[in-house]
Design a protein around this ligand. Structure first.
Ligand code: ADP
Length: 248
């Protein structure tokens, strides 16, 4: 397999009580790209995503990450390998400030427990790192605000910061724009672009204008199978894709 491919699936299949939700999907995600998984309702996107993030076990097929077969590995194990799902793994503590949420995520990465006996030096380096992450996601002005008081979009930015604290090589984003207004969408899109500079991103996203502006490559699923693949200009003109969306 090419060095360029960070994540791939082969014949990935998931059956639920005789119903095949994902049916022989071959997917290749190139290192350093933003790759989107799209398709009409019921196409199998969520199931596929849950297979990739190990929340579901496949009926058949395999998943390879960085040359390693991860088909049977658990979410925590793949997170240690650098493949991290955002929004689920990194819970935000609503009553804690933005800074403290990021501090905790950093401590979790380091495997630290909470204790009051750490050195000033360790605390200072932790604060510096936390502040850099808070800045990176555009939340400096809200650093001391309890997470619960953030707008929806800013809460998601905080979730991205706590995910980035784990320093993932590849991020899996499940509908990053769901439930967002225009302003938040623009903010998160800018953030995803920034974060993608030295990472690979695979996202499931319904908002096609977001997909068009962010993605390097798109895989279109329909009825559990890959219907088309390519850049947005190519797949959006594909008559099978147009028909699948109109017919859904
Ligand atoms: P999408 O995310 O593209 O809308 P899903 O992956 O959620 O599609 O669902 C694909 C198909 O699999 C749908 O027909 C859905 O009803 C079915 N499905 C999903 N999860 C289950 C389940 N746990 N049991 C039975 N059928 C399921």
């Amino acid at each position: 397999m090419s060095e360029d491919i960070i994540l791939s699936t082969s014949g990935l299949t998931k059956e639920f009580a005789g119903f095949t939700a994902v049916n022989g999907v071959d997917l290749s995600v190139k290192r350093g790209t933003i790759h989107a998984l799209i398709g009409p309702n019921g196409a199998g996107k969520t199931t596929c995503f849950n297979l990739l993030t190990k929340f579901l076990a496949p009926t058949r097929g395999s998943i390879v990450y960085n040359g390693r077969d991860i088909t049977r590995q658990k979410p925590a194990e793949i997170a240690r390998l650098g493949l991290v799902r955002s929004f689920q793994i990194s819970a935000v503590f609503p009553q804690l400030s933005v800074m403290n949420n990021v501090r905790i995520a950093l401590q979790r990465k380091r495997g630290d427990s909470f204790d009051f006996w750490r050195s000033e030096e360790v605390l200072r380096s932790l604060d510096k790192e936390a502040l850099a992450l808070v800045e990176a996601v555009g939340l400096s002005a809200f650093a001391d605000l309890p997470a619960v008081e953030l707008s929806y979009g800013r809460k998601r930015a905080l979730e991205i910061a706590t995910t980035l604290a784990l320093d993932p090589e590849m991020l899996l984003l499940d509908e990053p724009m769901a439930g967002m207004g225009r302003e938040d969408i623009d903010r998160i899109a800018t953030l995803i672009r920034k974060v993608s500079k030295n990472r690979t991103i695979l996202m499931v996203e319904h908002n096609l204008s977001v997909v068009a502006s962010l993605s390097d490559r798109i895989t279109v699923l329909a009825r559990g199978q890959v219907l088309a693949e390519g850049d947005y200009a190519t797949v959006s003109k594909d008559p099978r894709v147009v028909e699948a969306y109109i017919g859904s």
